[in-house]
Unconditional design. Structure first.
Length: 136
């Protein structure tokens, strides 16, 4: 196998017309989340939707798009964002915000591996695992 370097690996999220709303939700809820670049469709049925956006969430660059093509699939629980929270209040706020109109796969509680943990599918179908351990 030829030794070649990858330049960068990013998480890629494909939405069906609501990427702008998802981005704004994460910017509002998750401290330090920043849109570093965004291009929107300017014509046609996708006008105003996200053609491609780069968003920094927890120091990780995530690419967002709105697909102009309909697909028979969406997000899967088997892939999720794992976000380590710095404070008990932070995990509670994020849990409440991300679970609105979504579904809770594991409720916010103490588990053998965490002081507080929850696993949520947000209203966009993105899967989030949130953890807080005061004594790391």
């Amino acid at each position: 196998m030829k030794d070649t370097k990858m330049t960068k690996l990013n998480t890629f999220l494909m939405f069906e017309g609501n990427a702008n709303e998802a981005i704004q939700t994460y910017v509002d809820l998750i401290p330090g989340t920043v849109v570093t670049s965004m291009v929107q469709y300017e014509t046609g049925p996708s006008n105003g939707q996200v053609q491609k956006a780069h968003v920094s969430i927890g120091g990780q660059e995530v690419i967002f798009i709105d697909s102009p093509i309909e697909h028979d699939f969406t997000f899967s629980n088997s892939t999720s964002f794992f976000l380590t929270c710095d404070a008990s209040e932070q995990i509670e706020t994020l849990s409440e915000g991300l679970s609105q109109n979504g579904s809770v796969l594991m409720p916010l509680a103490e588990y053998p591996f965490a002081e507080k943990f929850t696993w949520i599918n947000d209203k966009f179908g993105v899967s989030w695992q949130l953890i807080f351990n005061e004594k790391k």
